[in-house]
Design a protein around this ligand. Structure first.
Ligand SMILES: CC(C)(COP(=O)(O)OP(=O)(O)OC[C@H]1O[C@@H](n2cnc3c(N)ncnc32)[C@H](O)[C@@H]1OP(=O)(O)O)[C@@H](O)C(=O)NCCC(=O)NCCS
Length: 186
């Protein structure tokens, strides 16, 4: 065997069967209490972000069949305030999969405690999770199989975000390297 072949990850060429989006889609529901408020008396954004991370983490763990860690969270949008007593539903699904990472899309809905109206969308976010092994090293994930037109659109949009994330990281790294080469210290 050549050195190159010996170095190759044996997992690399193994085909992992895909999993449909619905296999890991999850909703986490939670009633907001006085412990969750900010100084204005509405629910603290960090409380919602924790629920978003929890729901997305559950989806990533289900999809990848093991532990997965948050690599990034972006485009977290708060559209409407959430209030004490509201029943919040955090809906999450895998939008896209790479080799070892997954983008999870999350929508946050609130059922107002004092209104008999349908739940309102109050937030949304996109998170990237990396599946990890027992040593915390990235491991392969099954490809996600979008099932509906909406799933397919979300997958296409996730690919656009992935391209932008990589391009932004690369551009910032290059800028920093250039500045370091020019002798800037920061
Ligand atoms: C996320 C982590 C496992 C990545 O490890 P790494 O050694 O950089 O590994 P890689 O560069 O191979 O990245 C693994 C995958 O994650 C993706 N990734 C890594 N950092 C990312 C980021 N900031 N944004 C988006 N994707 C990212 C990579 O693109 C790669 O995906 P792919 O295999 O589908 O192409 C590692 O940085 C880590 O453990 N971070 C801490 C996570 C954590 O503790 N989260 C909870 C917050 S307290």
């Amino acid at each position: 065997m050549t050195d190159q072949a010996m170095d190759r990850d044996p997992d690399m060429d193994a085909d992992i069967p895909g999993k449909p989006t619905s296999a890991s889609r999850t909703t986490l529901s939670h009633i907001m209490t006085h412990n969750d408020t900010n100084l204005l008396g509405t629910v603290h954004g960090g409380v919602i972000m924790k629920l978003v991370d929890d729901a997305a983490g559950a989806v990533a763990g289900r999809h990848s069949g093991g532990p997965a860690v948050t690599a990034s969270m972006d485009e977290m949008a708060f559209l409407e305030p959430v209030r004490v007593g509201d029943l919040v539903h955090v809906k999450a699904q895998v939008n896209w999969t790479g080799r070892t990472s997954m983008e999870v899309g999350v929508r946050v809905l609130a059922e107002r405690w004092n209104e008999s109206a349908p739940a309102t969308q109050v937030g949304s976010a996109y998170l990237v999770f990396a599946a990890v092994d027992a040593d915390g090293k990235p491991r392969r994930v099954p490809p996600v199989i979008p099932e509906t037109d909406r799933d397919r659109r979300r997958c296409q949009e996730a690919q656009i975000r992935r391209t932008h994330r990589l391009a932004r990281r690369r551009a910032i790294r290059e800028l920093r390297e250039r500045r370091a080469a020019e002798g800037f210290e920061d």
